[in-house]
Design a protein around this ligand. Structure first.
Ligand SMILES: NC(=O)c1ccc[n+]([C@@H]2O[C@H](COP(=O)([O-])OP(=O)(O)OC[C@H]3O[C@@H](n4cnc5c(N)ncnc54)[C@H](OP(=O)(O)O)[C@@H]3O)[C@@H](O)[C@H]2O)c1
Length: 352
């Protein structure tokens, strides 16, 4: 077929901005690239593939002639418009949480379960949440050889995971606190300074500058945060292990972009650090940074803006058989969001 036409829905947002960059820098397989956002952004001009493109307001007609539509919009917008795109003949690739756990919608990470992208009875493919995605290339590679049984995860999640409002708030808070060397030493003092200087419409439930916040997402039964429940359910679906034991604590940290995860992973088969090094070195989208004696391990500031999943601090757990502890960093806007969707779109486009 001729080059497929692509629509980017949510082209103005945090993920949409990275998506425009990614489709502009990877192999150009696309015909038209249409940019779409809310009526607030209609008429704005944005760059993609070095060209100015006028943003269109989301409407049924924006899908006319479109082969693949990538959605980077809030859940409620995806719930309404993803089915519209599919009904008008586009294959919809959705970044939101709306359809991920529906049995007739595949949840795809191209390195792990590319075959699932072919089964899409509703014309919809979902891409996982950024926390799950940040570890999946590495955990999928280890699972393929050693068989994953249990995952215990603590996340250190960047503020851009909450959309464009996240970094805006972190920068505002840092600016409001800068230069005052007395803050952060008395309970509540930072809250007081921020209340005097900033509006109270933060996307975070507590100050994020100089702090860590043990909450990401919305409240779920049993006191879980939605990001923790997603990490469990989505890991099971992607890896095809319905009874995988998963427990997670998701924490927001004052990092702009790149999620980090401390992972405690138990396998069916015995696995040494050297085994894990061998497997991860062979995984094409994983970078091993694991030489702690020489200070080599990944940190978000070294990883941000890069595509691979970075892994370090791999240790054999002292007291748990067949178990590794490791530290993973992944750019939540690239592999954690836009890049994974772009890779799925390329996979699908090759088979159109
Ligand atoms: N940030 C991450 O790390 C990350 C990672 C994985 C998944 N996700 C998911 O990706 C999606 C987008 O997240 P984001 O962080 O990019 O959010 P964001 O920065 O808030 O951007 C939201 C985008 O959706 C558009 N939009 C909002 N309401 C709309 C409407 N009624 N009609 C059409 N377009 C509308 C916005 O357009 P306007 O600019 O015109 O308002 C904007 O382009 C969400 O489902 C999120 O959960 C985000």
């Amino acid at each position: 077929m001729s080059r497929p036409n692509l629509a980017l829905i949510g082209a103005t947002g945090a993920v949409g901005t990275v998506m425009r960059d990614i489709v502009s820098t990877r192999d150009d397989i696309w015909g038209e690239i249409r940019l779409v956002a809310s009526p607030r952004s209609a008429g704005k001009t944005l760059k993609v593939r070095g060209e100015d493109v006028v943003v269109q307001a989301l409407a049924p007609e924006v899908f006319d002639g479109i082969d693949i539509a990538i959605f980077d919009v809030p859940d409620e917008v995806a719930a309404e418009w993803v089915p519209v795109a599919a009904a008008r003949g586009a294959i919809a690739i959705d970044k939101s949480g709306t359809f991920r756990m529906e049995p007739d919608v595949p949840l795809v990470v191209p390195e792990v379960n590319p075959q699932d992208a072919r089964q899409r009875p509703r014309g919809i493919i979902s891409t996982p949440n950024c926390t799950t995605l940040s570890m999946m290339a590495a955990m999928g590679a280890l699972h393929a050889v050693y068989g994953l049984k249990e995952l215990v995860v603590a996340s250190y999640q960047a503020v851009s995971g909450a959309g464009v409002a996240g970094p805006a708030r972190l920068y505002d808070e840092v600016e409001a606190l800068a230069g005052d060397r007395s803050v952060g030493q008395t309970a509540g003092d930072v809250r007081k300074v921020l209340a005097n200087k900033l509006s109270d419409d933060s996307p975070f439930p507590a100050p994020i500058a100089f702090n860590v916040v043990p909450w990401a997402g919305s409240y779920k039964d049993g006191g879980w945060a939605s990001e923790e429940v997603k990490l469990r359910n989505e890991s099971r679906k992607i890896l095809g292990i319905p009874d995988l034991k998963v427990s997670a604590t998701c924490v927001r940290v004052p990092v702009v972009t790149t999620h980090s995860l401390a992972v405690h992973a138990r396998f069916e088969r015995d696995v040494t650090v050297a085994d894990a090094h061998r497997v991860l070195e062979a995984a094409p989208t994983v970078v091993l940074m694991d030489d702690p004696a020489n200070g080599v391990y990944p940190t978000p500031l070294d990883v941000v803006g890069n595509d691979p999943t970075y892994v370090g601090r791999i240790r054999q757990a002292f007291d748990f058989p067949n178990t590794l502890d490791l530290f993973v960093c992944g750019d939540n806007l690239r592999k954690g969001a836009a890049l994974n969707a772009a890779e799925i779109a390329e996979l699908v486009a090759r088979e159109l």
